[in-house]
Design a protein around this ligand. Structure first.
Ligand code: HEC
Ligand code: HEC
Ligand code: HEC
Ligand code: HEC
Ligand code: HEC
Ligand code: HEC
Ligand code: HEC
Ligand code: HEC
Length: 438
């Protein structure tokens, strides 16, 4: 080979390798902004991180900045399962050289190995039953599949899959490769039931893979589920004085202080978490969101909570709940303000019970006994207005009053149930007089 040709060839080769080096460097910086020190992890754990930094950089970078990365908890600690687990993944080419069995799904019992109290409290809360109670109620199955799904064999699952499941959860099934099936997943609901029988999805408030308490303390963490015409908790909060303060001053608050140390001063007004979950003053943090409740405010008839079974409508210890909730308020308010607030809002709940729900229910029972209701409740005007009275407007009145959102207590609440009850009275009178049902 001539010397000149050799020089040209070497230059070309050098140039190519420079370009390669530059490219790979560029993709590396675009992959993950690595801050965790991988040298602390076992070789097995490192393998997942290194390959997934290329395959799913979004997941690795969220984890990389989290308390888990600092605490040396990595992919393998949550995704490893016993061989033979119903959720074991099979047939992933890139996993063939691994010595461990893995699952894509991570139920609450995995977290329990390190966070025992949180998981136990979750199981003792109303969130536990979110999927199961929906599955158990025939009227709900009929609503989802028969009415909303229009009994369409192929497409009829859509309302449940895109709606109910995404808040309540689903019963997740897996195919022969261990991957969840499209009609049961993704399910971002709180009460998922997993193929190994475990219940509970911990990532709804502290999203994977950051698992941040700062996120969970923000009202937005509850807002993807607690909103809308039938339980507008985020709207009520935003309309309240507390929400006003959060929106105007929240950017200046300290959000990431350890539980138990997050106290007034870090913030000036409560968020959903502060009242329903966080430690404050002498109160300890709890993942049992039922613990601080007195009433049941979603049921047709509101009664104080007295029952010990988590599936019971009146589950909880209401007296104790009111005491604990009052303790929250007293960190920032005088007892005169707190007592005054609960005196008026309890009055609102009682008024709803006595003058609206019980009146409507008595008329409905009478019509049912006289055979004057349609078999299909969703086609019967009386039944539909009755449903709105307790399920939409009546909840808005009760929850708006008790969480101090005046617009919801009144204009979206009492003002509308007043119209509902007049309409029901008119329909009732008509049916009794004519003897004709809907
Ligand atoms: C050599 C590369 C490589 C290694 C090593 C690796 N993975 Fe994966 N992993 C992949 C690829 C590729 C997929 C498939 C992604 C897809 O389907 O979009 C995957 C999928 C997954 C999934 C989701 C299941 C799925 O099919 O989408 C999980 C969970 C997972 N890996 C965890 C791990 C854990 C934990 C480790 C370490 C024990 C690990 N991986 C090691 C490349 C790798
Ligand atoms: C603290 C526990 C935990 C750790 C650590 C963890 N994961 Fe996950 N991962 C989860 C949970 C919970 C889910 C949600 C699964 C479900 O829906 O049940 C999940 C879901 C996934 C999925 C499928 C979801 C999707 O969006 O496609 C992949 C892939 C995955 N993880 C990979 C990883 C990798 C890679 C790492 C390491 C960087 C990692 N995980 C670390 C808990 C964890
Ligand atoms: C192998 C043990 C282990 C497992 C499994 C585990 N964690 Fe953790 N977790 C830790 C450690 C260690 C920390 C950091 C120290 C601490 O704050 O307690 C932590 C911290 C946290 C935090 C606080 C983050 C912050 O901002 O301070 C949350 C939230 C959390 N984990 C949720 C989960 C969830 C949800 C799961 C299951 C999907 C899970 N963890 C699984 C060990 C674990
Ligand atoms: C992924 C959806 C989802 C998120 C996020 C969520 N919840 Fe819930 N929550 C539900 C569902 C569904 C129910 C109804 C459960 C049932 O009774 O079956 C519920 C019920 C409740 C109840 C009533 C419990 C009872 O015993 O009747 C309270 C209080 C509550 N949630 C507070 C919160 C707070 C506070 C947050 C945020 C820190 C939050 N939730 C985040 C879905 C969610
Ligand atoms: C946007 C999220 C969301 C969707 C979608 C949703 N729910 Fe709910 N559901 C909730 C929340 C939050 C509560 C708790 C209300 C409260 O505490 O006031 C609840 C309460 C309930 C309750 C009363 C609680 C109990 O234990 O009896 C039932 C039943 C129910 N939902 C069934 C359904 C069904 C069936 C669907 C679909 C047809 C559905 N939900 C769609 C969020 C949702
Ligand atoms: C309804 C929302 C919600 C759900 C669901 C939820 N968390 Fe939390 N979690 C929070 C909030 C809010 C905090 C911070 C509490 C505080 O301010 O004191 C927190 C804090 C934590 C911490 C930090 C504890 C510490 O001492 O550092 C851990 C660990 C944790 N959660 C684990 C879990 C596990 C495991 C699950 C599933 C069983 C779960 N969480 C489900 C809202 C939630
Ligand atoms: C100032 C404290 C406070 C804040 C902030 C707050 N709540 Fe409440 N919440 C209460 C009180 C008090 C009750 C009624 C308890 C009782 O039964 O006496 C209640 C009731 C509820 C209920 C009704 C439970 C049932 O029986 O139907 C839900 C759901 C709820 N809150 C969710 C939320 C969500 C979501 C947020 C944030 C968007 C929030 N709360 C913000 C204090 C608060
Ligand atoms: C972290 C402190 C904090 C906590 C906890 C708290 N609040 Fe407040 N609250 C405030 C502040 C600040 C205001 C605004 C006071 C003003 O309007 O000047 C406010 C305003 C109110 C108002 C409007 C009336 C008024 O004087 O402005 C009511 C009603 C109220 N709170 C009730 C409650 C109840 C009930 C609880 C417990 C369930 C509670 N608050 C918990 C800080 C708090």
């Amino acid at each position: 080979m001539k010397k000149k040709k050799l020089i040209v060839l070497t230059t070309v080769l050098l140039l190519i390798s420079f370009v390669f080096a530059a490219c790979s460097q560029q993709t590396e910086t675009a992959e993950t902004k690595q801050t965790a020190d991988y040298s602390k992890f076992t070789d097995e754990a490192k393998e997942c991180l290194e390959c997934h930094a290329l395959e799913t950089p979004g997941i690795v970078s969220a984890w990389d900045a989290s308390a888990h990365a600092i605490g040396e908890v990595s992919c393998i600690d949550c995704h490893q399962v016993e061989p033979g687990s119903p959720m074991e993944l099979k047939g992933i080419e890139d996993h063939e050289d691994l010595d461990v069995s893995l699952s894509m799904l991570v139920p609450a019992n995995v977290c329990q190995e390190c966070h025992e109290d949180q998981v136990e409290q979750f199981h003792a809360s109303g969130h536990e039953r979110a999927y199961l109670q929906m599955e158990a109620k025939e009227s709900m199955q009929a609503l989802m599949y028969y009415h909303e799904g229009q009994q369409n064999e192929e497409l009829g699952g859509a309302p449940a899959e895109t709606g109910c499941f995404q808040c309540h959860g689903s019963r997740i099934e897996v195919d022969e490769t261990g991957h969840p099936t499209p009609d049961t997943y993704p399910a971002s609901g709180i009460g998922n039931v997993y193929p190994n029988g475990e219940i509970g999805n911990c990532v709804v408030c502290h999203t994977r893979h950051s698992f941040s308490i700062a996120e969970a303390r923000r009202p937005e963490a509850c807002a993807s589920c607690h909103l809308g015409p039938d339980h507008p908790d985020i709207e009520i909060y935003e309309a309240s004085k507390h929400g006003q303060i959060y929106h105007s001053d929240g950017d200046n608050w300290v959000w990431d202080r350890a539980p138990g140390e997050w106290e007034p001063g870090d913030y000036t007004a409560p968020t959903c978490a502060t009242c329903h979950m966080s430690g404050i003053g002498d109160l300890e943090m709890s993942h049992n969101i039922t613990e601080r409740l007195y009433w049941n405010l979603w049921a047709p008839l509101s009664k104080p909570r007295t029952e010990a079974d988590v599936f019971d409508t009146y589950y909880g210890d209401g007296e104790k709940g009111r005491e604990l909730m009052t303790q929250v308020c007293l960190n920032c308010h005088s007892s005169a303000l707190v007592e005054g607030h609960f005196a008026s809002s309890d009055k609102a709940v009682e008024l709803y019970n006595q003058e609206y729900f019980l009146e409507a229910d008595a008329m409905r029972t009478d019509l049912a006994e006289k055979g004057l209701l349609n078999d299909n409740p969703w086609k019967d005007e009386f039944e539909v207005v009755y449903y709105y009275l307790w399920h939409h407007e009546g909840r808005r009145a009760r929850q708006g009053a008790i969480m101090a959102g005046a617009d919801w207590a009144h204009w979206h609440g009492f003002f509308e149930i007043m119209q509902d009850i007049y309409k029901l009275e008119e329909l009732y009178k008509e049916r009794i007089e004519t003897g004709a049902g809907n």
